[in-house]
Design a protein. Structure first.
Length: 256
């Protein structure tokens, strides 16, 4: 049993670049959505000639889908990805270039740095925000947006542990609202599925790592700012077992 300070120091020191959560293996768990986004993405990549992955992070999810598609000869001839955070741009470039994808540094705000009707497929996993008008603009007629979004009040048991009740924030990211925004941009929503998924944090280091990496959960999070609350949570986990939260995910497919 390591001490609170040992766990905190370890979690503060580890790199949080990219979108790989393997550091949490054995320390935190999250159920996966039943639809299998990466597998479905690989299938869709095999049916198009030009694809764009928006807000690709470190490129891990897209790379996994491309590796599933590659043995079947499903790689599209034209493949691009955008990302805004410089360490992730570099990481995604190293990961995706060998798989035939060009990574473009972009601020994740309109306009997308591509011409009208440039792509058959636009994808994204957990975008901060979907810019529906821009998505519709760069899609060719008959093209599709296929994505997995974060749903409402995701991991809010943890968020509200640190920030207190967040009634207004709980109303954001609703799939029915995003569907209406997609339709308003001229897209036809052909699939929409939602699930809530159990998460467990088994030590305080896992909590610190998660909040350092997913920076919008508790904006401005630092160990020093929340040390007292972290110590209380450490004691709770030691006495009662894992801290349980629930993530919210929804799958959306919209066609132009």
């Amino acid at each position: 049993m390591r001490t609170f300070e040992e766990l905190i120091a370890e979690a503060e020191a580890v790199s949080v670049d990219g979108w790989d959560f393997s550091w949490l293996d054995g320390r935190a768990t999250e159920e996966r959505p039943s639809w299998g986004y990466q597998r479905l993405l690989s299938e869709r990549l095999g049916a198009v000639t030009a694809a764009l992955d928006v807000q690709t992070g470190g490129g891990e999810v897209l790379a996994g889908a491309l590796r599933l598609a590659e043995p079947k000869g499903w790689l599209p001839p034209v493949l691009a990805a955008t990302e805004s955070w410089p360490p992730n741009v570099a990481r995604a470039t190293r990961l995706l270039h060998p798989l035939g994808a060009v990574v473009v540094a972009d601020q994740d705000e309109p306009p997308l740095p591509f011409a009208d009707e440039a792509f058959d497929l636009v994808t994204s996993r957990h975008p901060v925000r979907a810019w529906w008008t821009e998505i519709a603009r760069v899609l060719r007629p008959g093209g599709s947006y296929f994505a997995q979004h974060v749903g409402p009040a995701s991991v809010f048991e943890l968020v509200e542990y640190f920030l207190g009740p967040q009634p207004e924030a709980r109303e954001g990211r609703r799939p029915e609202v995003e569907s209406e925004e997609a339709r308003a941009a001229g897209l036809d929503v052909v699939d929409l599925r939602s699930e809530r998924l159990r998460m467990e944090f088994r030590d305080i280091g896992a909590v610190v790592y998660f909040l350092r990496k997913v920076i919008w959960m508790v904006p401005g999070f630092t160990v020093d700012a929340y040390r007292d609350r972290l110590r209380e949570l450490d004691q709770q986990i030691r006495s009662e077992g894992p801290f349980v939260a629930h993530s919210a995910r929804f799958l959306i497919e919209a066609r132009k």
